[in-house]
Design a binder for this molecule. Structure first.
Ligand code: CTP
Length: 409
């Protein structure tokens, strides 16, 4: 699925040079090119001679849509200096997989082929994703080299641990292409929320009725988690208060896992004083059982079951009406009269920004189509994957926080 180019970070350099070195994980580089493309990142590939033993340049050329370079003596670069030219307009060089040998070369400044020379002659940041057998990773020489490349300011992604091609299990596995693409996209994002502390609620709440049953809703948490990832990518310090969802925690978020609205409220009360920005994405249940039963209710006990419900506290309303509230953002899921209801909710809850979406479209889906309502009016975003929408919401929040009015769309 392509990100909508209109909202995938305008005026931002999203071109990278992907270096592939000779490890068996080279086959995953093909998938990485696809995943980066999904995120609107243009990929130009350079391969070492050994990498060509694992995967062909033709495959990478077809997937990236650009010529693949493997030699310092390639005549296709006009000035005859591919080792300098190929990285000049790039936001970063990413080497994935990076073998133990390649990392050792980086440490010592060796430059005996196109990729190592490009890395030495670069002006842009270098990111490496190590991939090697467990013993190679644990070897003191590799560990010394890893410590040194960190000191040299090179960004390390992974490795992870798990099953290895050699049949062993342990550290040294290259991160999966999806994980790498997410981390690379985050690296490329401008750090527009640097130094800001962002508190986010996400997912549904679960209000117990008895030992096994409860009231909940179909919120998947995907939008809240996407906003947490986008805020982290923008350099924010993120605390994520999450109801019960089956999603992986965003890398770098301080997670607070809760079940009920009361627990969510308590967590927000605990963390809100430190927050500069509060984004309420959670679908908080409006009511809870007044007296949840300790044991499972048996159907033979009562012919008709009456559950007495009490309203839950309005977490967003409480935060926004504090004496010195953080910049507060709410979500309004409506099934009709979207803009009118959402704007009424924005005024009633006294929030700076209300994000409106159609409940029937948004819940559980991977895409979303939202309107942003603030003091300046209504800004509509085109339908796009939730990660792209989240990036745009974060850019809008950063602009509003900086007091700079965005140009109407
Ligand atoms: N919210 C909250 N605490 C609640 C209820 C909602 O923080 N107890 C937040 C949600 O996270 C969301 C916004 O408030 O940001 C939604 O507002 P709300 O008035 O609860 O929306 P609805 O439940 O859709 O309201 P209504 O049923 O009146 O449409």
């Amino acid at each position: 699925m392509r990100y909508v180019s209109d909202i995938a970070g305008k005026n931002q350099n999203r071109k990278i040079l992907l270096g592939i070195t000779g490890g068996v994980a080279a086959y995953k580089a093909a998938e990485l090119v696809r995943r980066l493309g999904d995120r609107g990142i243009e990929v130009h590939v350079v391969m070492t001679e050994a990498a060509c033993g694992f995967i062909t340049p033709a495959t990478l050329q077809a997937l990236s849509g650009h010529p693949v370079y493997t030699s310092m003596w390639d005549g296709r670069i006009d000035n005859g200096m591919p080792h300098i030219e190929l990285s000049r307009d790039k936001a970063a060089i990413v080497v994935a997989p990076a073998t133990a040998d390649f990392i050792a070369k980086c440490v010592h400044g060796l430059a005996d082929d196109l990729l190592s020379t490009l890395c030495l002659a670069r002006e842009c940041p270098l990111i490496v994703a190590p991939a090697m057998n467990r013993q190679m990773w644990e070897h003191p020489a590799t560990q010394r080299n890893i410590a040194q490349i960190r000191r040299d300011g090179i960004t390390l992604l992974g490795p992870g641990s798990g099953d290895q091609a050699c049949g062993e299990t342990g550290m040294g596995r290259m991160l999966e292409p999806g994980e790498l693409a997410e981390a690379i996209a985050a690296f490329l994002e401008p750090k527009i929320l640097k130094g800001r502390r962002v508190l986010i609620t996400a997912g549904p709440t679960f209000e117990p009725i008895d030992a096994v049953r409860g009231i909940t809703n179909r919120s998947s948490g995907k939008m809240g988690y996407a906003i947490a990832r986008a805020a982290i990518a923008a350099g924010a310090d993120v605390a994520l208060v999450s109801g019960p969802v089956s999603l992986a925690a965003p890398v770098g978020a301080a997670m607070v896992r809760v079940q009920s609205a009361a627990e969510m409220f308590a967590a927000v009360q605990k963390h809100v004083a430190k927050a500069d920005i509060f984004i309420a994405v959670a679908a908080v249940a409006d009511y809870r059982s007044a007296a949840p039963r300790k044991h499972k209710i048996k159907k033979t006990e009562e012919e008709r079951l009456h559950i007495d419900l009490l309203p839950n506290p309005d977490i967003l309303g409480w935060v926004a009406s504090r004496p010195k509230p953080p910049f507060s953002v709410g979500f309004a899921a409506e099934s009709r009269n979207l803009d009118r209801y959402a704007d009424e909710k924005r005024r009633r809850k006294k929030v700076k920004l209300m994000i409106a979406n159609l409940a029937q479209d948004a819940i559980g889906a991977d895409d979303n189509e939202v309107s942003l309502l603030d003091d300046h009016g209504t800004h509509r975003l085109p339908r796009a994957p939730k990660d792209a929408v989240a990036g745009e919401i974060v850019r809008h929040i950063a602009a509003l926080c900086d007091g700079s009015r965005r140009k109407p769309r």
